[in-house]
Design a binder for this molecule. Structure first.
Ligand code: APR
Length: 167
């Protein structure tokens, strides 16, 4: 029976088999968690991202993890928030579903997610956390653990509240 864990921290410091990156569709790197992951992982991950060439919003791709203490990195571009009228919910749900499916396909039993789309891309975190936790709960039996790593204490609180509500 897998476990859902919600914590505050830096995802590059997680001891799991795979971490998820909130990427962009060009897989070109950026700021936020994307910048932190590429910085910690080193150039082999960017080289593989360049080879893959890109990824559609809501889909996911998997690469090596470079210098990070994990086996793999899954890169998924979240939707940019446009007020909720541009299929944002469906696309964000796709990020979680496709990332979880890719982890299962690759035999990876522990996974850590950042709060996809809720930084630079502006997705309201209360809504985003419901999608994140709900999609994880559906497949948690296929994992040892699914971790949601919140960067701020405020985000952590919101995720905890969402988990209490859905649990
Ligand atoms: N560990 C965990 N979470 C982090 C870290 C970290 N080291 N650094 C930032 N975060 C958090 C942010 O506080 C936010 O809650 O990750 C969440 C997602 O924010 P962003 O990184 O801005 O991601 P997103 O909103 O999906 O925007 C993606 O930003 O960096 C670019 O290339 C990326 O263009 C893409 C866009």
């Amino acid at each position: 029976m897998g476990e859902i864990i919600i914590k505050q921290g830096d995802i590059t410091q997680e001891y799991v088999e795979v971490i998820v990156n909130a990427a962009n569709t060009r897989l070109a790197g950026g700021g936020g968690v994307d910048g932190a992951i590429h910085k910690a992982a080193g150039s082999s991950v960017m080289d593989e991202c360049k080879k893959i060439g890109g990824c559609k919003t809501g889909k996911a791709v998997i690469t090596n993890a470079g210098n990070l203490n994990v086996k793999k990195i899954i890169h998924t571009p979240g939707p940019i928030w446009h007020g909720g009228v541009s299929r944002e919910e469906e696309l964000l749900r796709g990020c979680y579903r496709n990332s979880l499916a890719l982890a299962i396909e690759n035999g990876l039993k522990s996974i850590a997610f950042p709060s996809i789309s809720t930084g630079i891309y502006g997705y309201p975190i209360d809504k985003a956390s419901e999608i994140a936790v709900f999609e994880g709960m559906k497949v948690v039996d296929k994992f040892d653990k699914i971790i949601y790593v919140c960067f701020s204490s405020q985000d952590h609180k919101i995720y905890e509240e969402t988990y209490e509500k859905l649990h």
